[in-house]
Ligand binder design. Structure first.
Ligand code: ADP
Ligand code: ZN
Length: 431
C-alpha cells in the first residue's frame, strides 16, 4: 500500500489526538492574538485561549459562518501581514457573494501535500500522466490538484476545463492515466469520447479524482464504466484551503479527513450542539496548521456523517461520507425535504443520462416540481409518455411527492464543465 505521508495517515488514534491538541492550543492563541474579529467572538462567548487545553475543549469555541466571512471581507480574517501571503483564491460563489482566502507559502505546501495524499491514495506515482481539468484561476480545483500532482511527480497536464474535444485528443495523444475534474465534467468527457467515435480502448486512464460538487454512487458507476477507470471522491472548500481536506482510498467508501490539519465535528445545524460520530449533521472544520487564513470551527453547511472504523487501506484518519449536498441545496417541496442527489440516483438507476434539470415553482400557493431529462437512446416518440409516467412513479417512490417529468431530446441539456447547476428554484427568485 502506498501513502504520501504514512506516519501521519496511519498514526495511532492517541498520537493523532495528542498532535491535534498541541496544534489546536497553539492555533487558538495565534488566532486570538492576530484576528480581532475572532477575538471579539471569543470575548463575547467568554472563552479565552487558556480555556483550550486539548481537542476535547474545541466545543467551547465560537463558530464561524459564511456570513462572518462576508462581514469580514476582504481582510478581516487575515492573521498575517499581506507581505507574508503569496496567493489568493476564491469560492465559486455557488451560494452568493464570493469569499476570498489568503495563503502563505506554508499554507500552499500544506494544501498541495493534502492533494498529493489524494493522488497517491488513488494509485498515482511519478509514472503517471495527470490531466487536471478542474478550472484554473481563482477556483481552487485546478491549482490544488496541479500542485499535488507536481509534488507526487506526475507529468501534469494543466488543461483547465472546457474545450472538451481537445481534452479527449490530449488524453489519447499524451496517454493520460489520471483525470481530475468535477464528476459532472467527467460524465461529459465520457460522453464526448464516444461521440468522437472512440471507446475506452483508445485511452489510458486508470483513475479519476472527482469532487467540488455532490455526486451519487450511481454517478460513480456510470463514470467508471464510460471512462474505464476507478473513480475516487475528493472534498474540500476554499475556506479551509481547497480540495484535499478529505480524499478516498482504495475502499471507495467515504473520504479520509486530513485530521492533522483539519479537525472535523458534526453539529446539529439548528442548535449548534455537537453530535456523536455516526450521526448526520452539519460538518464543521477547525484548521490547526493554517497561517494566513486560519478559520476555527467553520460551519460548512455540508450535511454528512463521520465514522471511525478500521479501513483496509491501513489509514487511521477518520472518514466522512459523501456529503449529500449543502443544507442550502435542500429543497422543501410541499413540506418534503428533497435533495437533487435523490433524483440523480433514480435517473441513473433507470438508465437515463446524468444530465437533468430540476425546476421548482409555486403555482396557486402549491409547490410544483418539474424534472427535465433526456430521452435515452433507442426510445421512440410514442414510448415517451409511458416512460415519463414510469419515471415520475419511481421518483415519487423515492421522494414521496410526484414530479412532472419531461423527456427532452438527447443532448439538449447543457453539459457542465465545472460545477453543474441542477436546480432552478423559481420560488427563490420571487422572494
Ligand atoms: P462555493 O461554496 O462557492 O461552491 P467552493 O468552490 O469552495 O465554493 O466549494 C466548496 C463546496 O463544494 C463544499 O462546501 C461542498 O458543498 C462542495 N463540495 C466540494 N467537494 C465535494 C464533494 N466531493 N462532494 C460533495 N460536495 C462537494
Ligand atoms: Zn481507507
Amino acid at each position: 500500500m502506498a501513502y504520501w505521508n504514512e506516519s501521519v495517515e496511519c498514526m495511532s488514534r492517541e498520537d493523532m489526538k495528542a498532535l491535534q491538541s498541541e496544534r489546536l492550543v497553539k492555533q487558538v492563541k495565534y488566532v486570538y492574538e492576530n484576528v480581532p474579529y475572532y477575538k471579539d467572538l471569543m470575548d463575547k462567548k467568554g472563552v479565552s485561549p487558556s480555556d483550550i487545553k486539548d481537542v476535547d475543549d474545541l466545543s467551547k469555541l465560537p463558530f464561524l459562518s459564511k456570513a462572518d466571512l462576508r462581514d469580514a471581507y476582504p481582510y478581516g480574517m487575515l492573521a498575517r501581514p499581506l507581505s507574508d501571503c503569496v496567493r489568493i483564491q476564491s469560492t465559486s460563489g455557488t451560494t452568493g457573494r464570493r469569499v476570498v482566502a489568503f495563503y502563505t507559502q506554508n499554507d500552499i505546501d500544506m494544501w498541495e501535500n493534502c492533494c498529493a495524499r489524494a493522488i497517491v491514495a488513488a494509485g498515482g506515482t511519478n509514472e503517471d500522466v495527470c490531466q487536471v481539468c478542474y478550472g484554473y484561476g481563482l477556483f481552487t480545483g485546478g491549482p490544488g490538484l496541479n500542485g499535488g500532482s507536481h509534488k507526487v511527480g506526475c507529468l501534469t497536464l494543466p488543461m483547465s476545463s472546457g474545450n472538451t474535444k481537445r481534452q479527449i485528443q490530449f488524453m489519447m495523444d499524451l496517454k493520460s492515466t489520471i483525470l481530475c475534474c468535477t464528476p459532472s465534467y467527467a460524465a461529459y468527457l465520457g460522453e464526448t469520447l464516444y461521440d468522437m467515435g472512440y471507446t475506452t480502448n483508445d485511452i489510458h486512464l486508470k483513475a479519476g479524482i472527482f469532487g467540488a460538487e455532490p455526486w451519487t454512487e450511481e454517478m460513480r458507476r456510470s463514470i467508471e464504466k464510460s471512462l474505464g477507470i476507478k473513480a475516487y471522491d475528493i472534498y474540500g472548500l476554499t475556506e479551509t484551503s481547497g480540495p484535499g481536506v478529505a480524499f478516498e482510498c482504495c475502499e471507495q467508501n467515504g473520504m479520509h479527513i486530513n485530521e492533522d490539519n483539519f479537525i472535523p465535528e458534526i453539529i446539529d445545524p439548528e442548535t449548534g450542539e455537537v453530535l456523536p460520530e455516526g450521526t448526520e449533521g452539519e460538518l464543521v472544520f477547525t484548521s490547526i496548521t493554517k497561517e494566513a487564513f486560519p478559520l476555527l470551527r467553520y460551519r460548512t453547511r455540508d450535511l454528512c456523517v463521520l465514522t471511525r472504523g478500521k479501513c483496509s487501506c491501513g489509514r487511521t484518519l477518520i472518514k466522512m461520507c459523501k456529503p449529500k449536498g449543502r443544507s442550502d441545496d435542500m429543497m422543501i417541496i410541499r413540506g418534503v425535504n428533497v435533495f437533487p442527489s435523490q433524483i440523480e440516483t433514480v435517473l441513473i438507476e433507470k438508465g437515463y443520462t446524468p444530465n437533468y434539470q430540476i425546476f421548482v415553482d409555486r403555482v396557486n400557493n402549491v409547490d410544483t416540481l418539474d424534472i427535465n431529462c433526456e430521452v435515452p437512446e433507442g426510445v421512440s416518440d410514442y414510448e415517451i409518455p409511458e416512460k415519463e409516467h414510469s419515471l415520475a412513479k419511481s421518483i415519487k417512490h423515492m421522494l414521496g411527492i410526484t414530479p412532472k417529468v419531461h423527456l427532452v431530446p438527447a443532448k439538449t441539456i447543457t453539459r457542465s464543465e465545472g460545477k453543474a447547476v441542477r436546480v432552478i428554484d423559481r420560488r427563490k427568485l420571487i422572494d
